[in-house]
Design a protein around this ligand. Structure first.
Ligand code: XMP
Length: 511
């Protein structure tokens, strides 16, 4: 990938001419200002390859990442999105402990092999185990049971809980005793674990070391899903667990937050600020790179090419571009800064050509067609807030208002978010107890139902766009994309016009 990028740097790309002309006129553009030029194509949309990266070492099966916002990404959405091939970034408005637990829940959702299974003690009452399970919002019911020496003596499964009428009983009175185990020395793979479970007709297979300590656990449904390929489109790490990212800030306590997250195997840390090209961000980035060599650090947000270059030189593994394009953002209006998003993506990605650091285009996407535009301009992925906040899996209840269903969606720089969370105040560099200067609003978005069909529409639009352009993969889209500038009449022509729509399709809303 890095070599291809170097070649691009030397050659110049078709879109360079378009953007150079815009620059000469001192015009900066955003999504509604442009459309991709279609080109000769012998591709069917279904054939295009959507594999890409969020950061140097964190791949995506589809180029969609969910925003680190308290009305967008918690564990439920992160699980659903990773199962569709994308990535969720769990927001940092949570306590460090809760954020790390959410990472654990994503990681434990689907397992080839659970490396550190959650165990219970023989003497734990069932009611206490159930209470802890609820508190920590675990969805599974399988727990290895340990004696006072930490050795495995039994297993609690969903059956044991279902048939237990008296929850005051202790784990050892309810558990299945002396479960069949395998030794860590056997070196099982997911396939051999599956074969063994089929042979033994066992749904749970603990792995123990030579001292009888539990060092792993296979769950049949997960192992089967992996072996039979039903996880084919999932975004999985090398252990077979769903990938997940988490946002952190720049305060001293964020180092501890980062440590907790890394201990729980988070795939990527995102230094999540409104101004990525700033002193606290550089010190946090340098410190994290010094401590964690093997965890990718994505940094944001910036919108100027020099800022992207400085972050690259400081060691960022991915850069988020977008200052003020977001649906709930008022930064551009309140602070008077920012660059329209398509020009920002283009210029920042141009500044990074020749490196292997990808750009994520964060915020401002309104329609599925904005995704191929962002990628064509140079992004490797898009981060979405409003386009995902209305899904069933996003945090928050459905709101009933004027006969329609909605979900709440608020900027992390809104008054409400800043009042509720120190992390939000820090994101916008505001001190507690001082007058808050919001850079976002609190809003609501029409409820869209489950995530999967919503993402299917976004991906369908992207595939169609790549088919029109003739790009077989995202690398090629970035290389051959070229743009036309729209006028107001062009935008009006692009939308539904001169008719009264009687039925809204799933992927288009009346303006
Ligand atoms: P969309 O357009 O997808 O934007 O809803 C989501 C992105 O907006 C950023 N964000 C904010 N920007 N004030 C801002 O200026 C805010 O209060 C705010 N909250 C979120 C963030 O980058 C997110 O991914």
């Amino acid at each position: 990938m890095a070599r291809r990028q170097t070649e691009r740097l030397l050659q110049g790309l078709p879109k360079d001419v378009f953007f150079a002309a815009m620059e000469r006129q001192q015009v900066s553009l955003t999504y509604d200002d442009v459309r991709l030029r279609s080109g000769e194509s012998n591709l069917m949309p279904a054939e295009v390859d959507l594999e890409t990266r969020f950061s140097r070492n964190v791949p995506l099966r589809i180029p969609i990442v969910s925003a680190a916002m308290d009305t967008v990404t918690e564990d439920t959405l992160a699980i659903a999105l990773a199962q569709l091939g994308g990535l969720g970034i769990i927001h940092r408005g949570l306590s460090a402990e809760e954020q790390a637990s959410q990472v654990v829940r994503v990681k434990y959702h689907l397992n080839g092999r659970i490396e550190k299974p959650i165990c219970v003690q023989e003497t734990d009452p069932i009611e206490q185990i159930l209470m802890r399970r609820d508190e920590r919002r675990f969805r599974f019911h399988t727990f290895p049971v340990l004696n006072g020496e930490g050795k495995l003596t039994g297993i609690l499964t969903e059956n044991d809980f279902d048939f237990c009428e008296d929850t005051k009983l202790l784990a050892r009175e309810v558990m299945t005793r002396d479960p069949i185990t395998v030794s860590s020395a056997d070196g099982l793979t997911v396939q051999t674990a599956y074969d063994k479970m089929m042979e033994l007709k066992k749904k749970v297979l603990p792995v123990i070391d030579e001292l009888g300590i539990v060092v792993g656990l296979y769950i049949f449904s997960d192992v089967k899903a992996r072996v039979k390929g039903s996880t084919a489109g999932y975004n999985l790490d090398n252990r077979g667990q769903l990938r997940v990212g988490a946002a952190i800030g720049t305060s001293p306590s964020d180092l501890e937050r980062a440590q907790r997250l890394v201990e729980k195997n988070v795939d990527v840390l995102v230094i999540d600020t409104a101004h990525g090209d700033s002193a606290p961000v550089y010190s946090m980035l340098r410190e994290l790179k010094r401590i964690y060599e093997s965890v990718d650090i994505v940094v944001g947000n910036v919108s100027e090419p020099q800022s992207a270059r400085r972050l690259l030189n400081a060691g960022a593994d991915g850069i988020k571009v977008g200052q003020g394009p977001g649906s709930i953002c008022t930064t551009r209006i309140v602070a008077g800064i920012g660059c329209p998003q398509v020009t920002a993506i283009y210029e920042c990605s141009k500044a990074l050509r020749g490196s292997d650091v990808p750009i994520c285009a964060d915020g401002g996407l309104k329609h599925p067609g904005d995704i191929p535009i962002a990628l064509g301009a140079g992004a490797y992925s898009v981060m979405m807030g409003s386009m995902l906040a209305a899904t069933h899996e996003a945090p928050g209840e459905i709101i009933h208002h004027e006969g329609r269903q909605w979900k709440g969606y608020r900027g992390m720089g809104s008054e409400g978010a800043m009042k509720d969370s120190a992390a939000s105040r820090e994101r916008y560099r505001q001190a507690e107890g001082k007058t808050l200067v919001p850079e976002g609003v609190e809003a609501m978005v029409p409820y869209k139902g489950p995530l999967a069909p919503v993402i299917a529409q976004y991906i369908g639009g992207l595939r169609a766009g790549m088919g029109y352009v003739g790009a077989a993969n995202i690398d090629e889209l970035q290389r051959i994309a070229n743009f036309r500038r729209l006028t107001g009449a062009g935008i009006a022509e692009s939308h539904v016009h001169d008719v009264t729509m009687i039925k809204e399709p799933a992927n288009y809303k009346k303006r």
